[in-house]
Design a protein around this ligand. Structure first.
Ligand SMILES: C[S@@+](CC[C@H](N)C(=O)[O-])C[C@H]1O[C@@H](n2cnc3c(N)ncnc32)[C@H](O)[C@@H]1O
Length: 410
């Protein structure tokens, strides 16, 4: 008898897991360039940094560089400064105190000043929850966040997840997936959510403006809820200078891709900013050292990747940033303004810039609920919440939409 009992205990002990795979790190690959044939009249691939940079210098579009600025050289801890980028002596001596790419973005968010979107978005989420947002979400869901932005940005989905978990309706979240163009932002966000909620969390590096489907983990038995905070989709590029798609059409294409990715019945929860008072916007987007470092990262990256031939070229001595509100397209454009007459040699052509020349680097559309109704409608989504939070006192709104039909966009 005693022997049998011992064997049974032994077997039971084996049933308890003694070890577990908790993280898998994948070797980085060069993500293949998606085919976006109709994106603009020249059929260039705007998803490649080089094309976006060259088209920007040629004046072929506005805001083509935004996604490419959230960049760090290919190692997981990120570049501390421009030293790590293959930028040469002269430029280094001036700019090595300046942050680059993703780190410049984070420093800009940390300094609070102009980018108060953290608190404003949190308030919008909070108000929407008080107005019954969680009751409108599916009973069992998997959350896929588009552009979480790393440790600070991920506070927004964390706030939402906590509220869903505490809600009396007993809704279940099966998993959280962070999709970001920057490896570090995706992995940091997934880890933060995993740590805080002990939830299955995935980090996916990908471009949500790409035509190709994102490589998302398979999830059965739960409804996808895509989230986007901080206005990532409002940065849609504008190719109207070369008779290509404008910002709204491009945003509709990006949401259409989201619809195809997750399918009919999936949800989208997104915040938006629709301030249109130029004075307030100019204050919010005013120049700070970190914001300038982030935006001029486009030039630094071009030097690091050999697009600009002169490794000693110092973008900070030739350019400064200046925001402008364009009322026709309802967008803040951050321009790089040329400080002196000079030339920039690239492998394909040499550009001669005059003092005062303006290059539209980034674009942030201030679309309101009516604009999103139009954009999302083309992408096959229907808005599900009446209370958008957008009112006279707050230009920050939140939209819950559902994919109810196939997109009419390509
Ligand atoms: C404006 S920030 C918002 C960050 C965060 N959600 C917040 O609210 O503070 C945009 C985020 O989207 C990511 N991103 C920008 N363009 C992207 C793209 N085309 N595909 C995937 N991620 C992108 C950036 O790396 C960044 O994390």
């Amino acid at each position: 008898m005693a022997r049998t009992r011992k064997t049974g205990q032994h077997r039971n002990a084996h049933k308890q897991p003694q070890s577990q795979v908790v993280a898998v790190y994948m070797p980085r690959v060069e993500l293949c360039a998606p085919k976006l044939a109709k994106m603009n009249s020249k059929n260039l691939n705007p998803s490649s940094f080089k094309n976006a940079f060259m088209q920007t210098l040629r004046g072929q579009g506005n805001g083509l560089l935004t996604a490419h600025l959230y960049h760090e050289p290919a190692h997981d801890t990120g570049a501390k400064d421009t030293h790590d980028l293959g930028v040469d002596a002269a430029a280094k001596s001036r700019s090595n105190r300046l942050l680059y790419g993703g780190l410049a973005w984070e420093a800009f968010v940390q300094e609070g000043g102009s980018y108060d979107i953290l608190d404003s978005d949190m308030n919008a989420i909070e108000k929407a929850m008080k107005a019954g947002l969680i009751d409108k979400l599916p009973q069992t869901m998997n959350i896929i966040e588009y552009g979480p932005g790393g440790k600070s940005g991920v506070r927004k989905p964390a706030h939402l997840l906590q509220a869903i978990r505490q809600h009396p309706s007993g809704r279940t979240i099966n998993s959280y997936t962070a999709v970001d163009i920057l490896n570090r932002f995706a992995t940091e966000s997934a880890l933060e959510i995993h740590e805080e909620f002990n939830l299955r969390a995935f980090a996916v590096v990908g471009d949500f403006t790409s035509k190709n489907k994102l490589a998302l983990p398979r999830n059965t038995g739960s409804v996808p809820v895509a989230t986007s905070f901080g206005g990532g989709f409002a940065n849609a590029p504008d190719y109207s200078p070369i008779q290509g798609r404008n910002g709204k059409s491009n945003a509709a294409v990006h949401f259409s891709q989201m619809n195809r990715q997750h399918g009919l019945g999936s949800y989208l929860l997104m915040t938006y900013h629709c301030e249109r008072d130029p004075a307030k916007l100019m204050e919010e987007y005013r120049r700070t050292e970190n914001l300038e470092a982030f935006i001029l990262s486009g030039f630094v990256r071009a030097i690091g990747e050999g697009v600009i031939i002169d490794k000693g070229y110092d973008p900070f001595s030739h350019w400064e940033i200046d925001p402008t509100y364009d009322d026709k397209i309802h967008a803040v454009i951050e321009y790089a303004v040329c400080k002196d007459d000079h030339s920039v040699a690239t492998r394909e052509e040499t550009f001669h810039f005059k003092q005062g020349a303006r290059i539209p680097m980034t674009l942030s559309h201030k679309w309101n609920k009516a604009d999103y109704k139009e954009i999302l409608g083309k992408a096959g989504y229907e808005i599900m919440n009446d209370a958008s939070n957008e009112n006279e006192t707050s230009p920050h709104g939140i939209i819950l939409a559902k994919a109810v039909r196939k997109p009419s966009c390509p």
